[in-house]
Design a protein. Structure first.
Length: 159
């Protein structure tokens, strides 16, 4: 994406620190942004939020994505969020093998080459499951930006 639309800029910058939170990482030397983590609460399920972490290429593999996820997890816990969902591309064998092995990751939706996982947020720290997902996602560039995937989720009980 070479340019952001006005609505995307508004979505990414109008955070309320309760239902929509974002944490950024800056390079100490340059002051430039090098990563961001955000969650957006599901209005139909207040304990559930979509999460996304993005780290620029030069900083991938440094542990920054894990650190950002730990920080955003702590904020989410403070706001009553107990579970994260995350959209992922399903075209990578490593991620699909991981989901077969991990518990308590739950695949909640499959659509057009993507899948959405649901992971509980532990009461302290970062779940080993989330840590593994981040490592594989960074290694294989498989994350789907949250802003492109945000939509209301409906279950049979919601209708």
């Amino acid at each position: 994406m070479t340019e952001l639309s006005e609505s995307t800029v508004r979505y990414l910058t109008e955070i309320d620190h309760h239902d929509h939170e974002a944490m950024t990482a800056l390079d100490e030397q340059t002051g430039e942004g090098i990563g961001v983590a955000r969650y957006v609460r599901d209005p139909a399920h207040p304990d559930l939020a979509g999460v996304a972490v993005t780290v620029i290429d030069d900083w991938q593999g440094s542990g920054l994505g894990t650190l950002l996820l730990e920080v955003i997890s702590a904020r989410a816990r403070d706001e009553g969020v107990t579970r994260f969902t995350a959209p992922m591309l399903a075209t990578n064998k490593a991620i699909m093998d991981l989901f077969r092995e991990l518990d308590p990751v739950r695949i909640v939706e499959r659509e057009l080459g993507t899948l959405e996982i649901e992971v509980p947020i532990p009461s302290v720290g970062l779940a080993p499951t989330l840590r593994k997902v981040i490592r594989i996602a960074a290694k294989h560039d498989i994350a789907v930006p949250l802003a492109q995937h945000h939509r209301p989720r409906h279950t049979a009980g919601d209708r």
